[in-house]
Design a protein around this ligand. Structure first.
Ligand code: R5P
Length: 274
């Protein structure tokens, strides 16, 4: 592996712990104005100090994120469909040249194993890997997005392994029962998506279960930015991911941070009214 590739990978997965907290805010590329991301710049700004990596689209990056920020970007480079159409019918949306111009640490695209369009999306992954290898850019393959897939270890194991075999450097998937077997059968690091918003306590447990069973971290979106206390949530998830904080302790931490976050927001509101 060349220097550039290793350097970029170390910006995505922190070498100190071998783990990462990726903040995913790319949902709009097929969901449009997702709850919590109506104004992505405002959502993201207070979370950035606690994110190892920011995952988003070219449009939101350019329009809403301060280029002086210091968080490595994993750019979503697939899309072309919406929640109203056939999600699997994606194509590549950003050239490698533009990704490099945006100084990315990595690029991400979805694969839809088991869909009628699996070949199209898997070959798109292989093509992006071919191009990305040329420039030392890691590729994150996103598996199992959509409603049709049974997210069990058999399916997720299949999708992750195929993505890794085609050259993905990191794979994103969902947590499931027997997650260890998904990790064991995938030769590259796995990060988990959080999925739909669930109570904070459950999202903390999900993160803990995933990393303690072999995930290299999370690529989490809605369970952070849709929380009533998003900064507290990402700070807590960081402790779980990087310091193996157990769920009970992490839940106490979250509540303590949330109280502070609540007070600050209240103070800000009062100042705005005065
Ligand atoms: C889906 O295709 C996107 O890549 C999302 O970024 C991903 O699902 C992670 O976000 P969440 O934790 O909200 O599921």
């Amino acid at each position: 592996m060349d220097w550039g590739m290793r350097n970029r990978l170390s910006k995505i997965i922190r070498p100190e712990t071998g783990r990462t907290v990726m903040l995913a805010v790319d949902h709009g590329y097929f969901l449009g104005p997702t709850t919590g991301l109506e104004e992505p710049g405002k959502t993201v700004a207070p979370l950035l100090p606690y994110a190892d990596t920011l995952m988003l689209t070219r449009g939101v990056l350019r329009a809403c994120v301060d280029p002086r920020m210091n968080v490595p970007v994993v750019l979503r480079v697939s899309g072309g469909t919406s929640i109203l159409g056939n999600l699997a019918d994606e194509g590549t949306t950003v050239s490698m040249k533009d990704s490099l111009r945006l100084n990315v640490a990595g690029v991400a695209l979805s694969v839809f194993v088991g869909s009628q369009l699996e070949k199209q999306t898997l070959l798109a992954l292989a093509n992006i890997v071919n191009e990305a290898e040329e420039f030392g850019v890691p590729v994150l393959a996103v598996t199992a997005v959509g409603k049709d897939m049974v997210r069990d270890s058999r399916y997720l194991g299949l999708a992750c392994r195929i993505a890794a075999e085609l050259g993905a450097h990191v794979v994103k998937t969902y947590y499931c029962d027997d997650f260890e077997s998904v990790v064991k059968n995938c030769p590259v690091p796995i990060v988990i998506a959080g999925g739909k918003k669930i109570p904070e306590r459950e999202a903390i447990e999900l993160s803990y279960n995933a990393v303690s069973r072999g995930a290299a971290g999370v690529d989490m979106g809605r369970n952070i930015f849709q929380s009533e206390h998003p900064v507290s949530m990402i700070r807590t998830v960081r402790e779980v991911v990087h310091n193996n904080m157990k769920p009970d302790k992490a839940w106490d931490l979250f509540n303590a941070l949330a109280r502070e976050e609540g007070k600050k927001a209240h103070k800000k509101d009062k100042t705005a009214v005065a």
